[in-house]
Write a protein that binds this ligand. Structure first.
Ligand code: DP6
Length: 329
């Protein structure tokens, strides 16, 4: 086998990964818990050929060939996989996201998960899901969680082998939905990778890390009980704690836009009216609203009238990576 295609879902974290204990290995300062998304995914085909036949890696993302500088992080990941397989092959990689490019939705989690699975499969590398999770983590921390479906925990660990994700509950455990209120489509000015390195400069980092183990326990229990109020309360708290760390880093990272704040206030006002909805925010301005499946259409409508909301992307829990027979080339 030299060619394989994999699809992997993105994920939304309820307790976030922010701050690296080891930036080279992407070992985190804390554990995190997320839900893998069914409707927000990346599909990637990888074909390997001996260097004599194909002198360089080529990568096409959403129809556009990547320039060498843009491809660097992906080529570094291909290097890891080549080293594992003991080959010097070069790859042709074609990858598409099913969500609008430039919607301000992070694609690195689904992207590195799909790339890892397809590239290893195409080299007949027989790795377990746990080993694939460790490998995907090297490309993008949050990608290690996209190696499993449903509700997933990334245990902090202390080494390359044990800082890996594991499933908590399958996707059909709970019809929880994530509605992404897109308020800004621009690429973020400071990448998560840079942000993870800055976390140490915040005087608030220690305070967040002291709380995180208790919050992880509450989130595990809330998911087990399908308790949106308990889950949402702690997910909001951790998102605000993470953004407090970001804002108080040096230099300060302020990802929020006016539309971000408008959605936060709207969510709390709707909640005061009895709607079970809670927010979380990644390293960007867009707001993720968490709610039970039966609230999705009403909340979509309400979001459309919040100032600054340009688009809403919605998804429930989805499966782990899948190998597809239909290749992209
Ligand atoms: C805020 O290091 O996984 O989404 O730099 O895009 O690869 P990339 O991101 P990553 O950081 C994710 C940070 C986060 C929180 C989370 O998903 O846990």
């Amino acid at each position: 086998m030299r060619k394989a295609t994999a699809r992997a879902g993105s994920n939304i974290a309820f307790i976030k990964y922010w701050g690296a204990a080891d930036p080279a290995l992407n070992l985190p300062l804390n554990g995190s818990i997320s839900m893998t998304l069914a409707h927000v995914h990346t599909t990637t085909t990888v074909e390997w050929a001996p260097r004599g036949e194909r002198p360089v890696d080529t990568i096409v993302l959403n129809g556009l060939p990547l320039a060498p500088a843009q491809a660097e992080r992906l080529v570094a990941h291909l290097d890891r996989i080549r080293a594992l397989a003991g080959v010097d092959h070069r790859a042709r990689v074609v990858s598409v996201n099913n969500f609008p490019t430039g919607a301000g939705i992070a694609s690195s989690a689904s992207g590195f998960a799909a790339l890892t699975v397809a590239a290893c499969r195409a080299l007949d590398l027989d790795l377990s899901p746990t080993q694939l999770s460790a490998l995907a983590r090297r490309g993008s921390g949050s990608a290690c969680r996209s190696l499993f479906g449903g509700f997933v925990e990334w245990r902090q660990g202390s080494s390359d082998a044990d800082s890996v994700a594991a499933p908590l509950f399958p996707p059909d455990h709970w019809e929880l939905w994530d509605l992404v209120a897109v308020v800004d489509r621009q690429e973020k000015p400071v990448s998560s990778a840079q942000g993870h390195r800055l976390a140490h400069t915040s005087p608030l980092l220690e305070g967040r890390l002291r709380q995180v183990d208790g919050w992880l326990a509450q989130v595990r229990e809330a998911i087990a009980q399908r308790d949106i109020h308990s889950l949402g309360t702690v997910a909001e708290l951790d998102a605000l704690a993470m953004h407090s760390v970001m804002m108080t880093s040096t230099p300060s990272l302020l990802y929020w836009q006016p539309g971000t704040v408008a959605v936060l206030h709207a969510a709390r006002a709707w909640r005061a009216q009895g709607i079970p909805v809670y927010f979380t925010i990644d390293a960007g301005p867009n707001v993720h609203l968490l709610c039970p499946a039966d609230q999705v259409s009403a909340l979509r409508e309400r979001l459309a009238s919040v100032p600054g909301v340009e688009q809403v992307i919605a998804s429930g829990p989805g499966p782990g990576p899948q190998l597809l027979d239909a290749h992209l080339f």
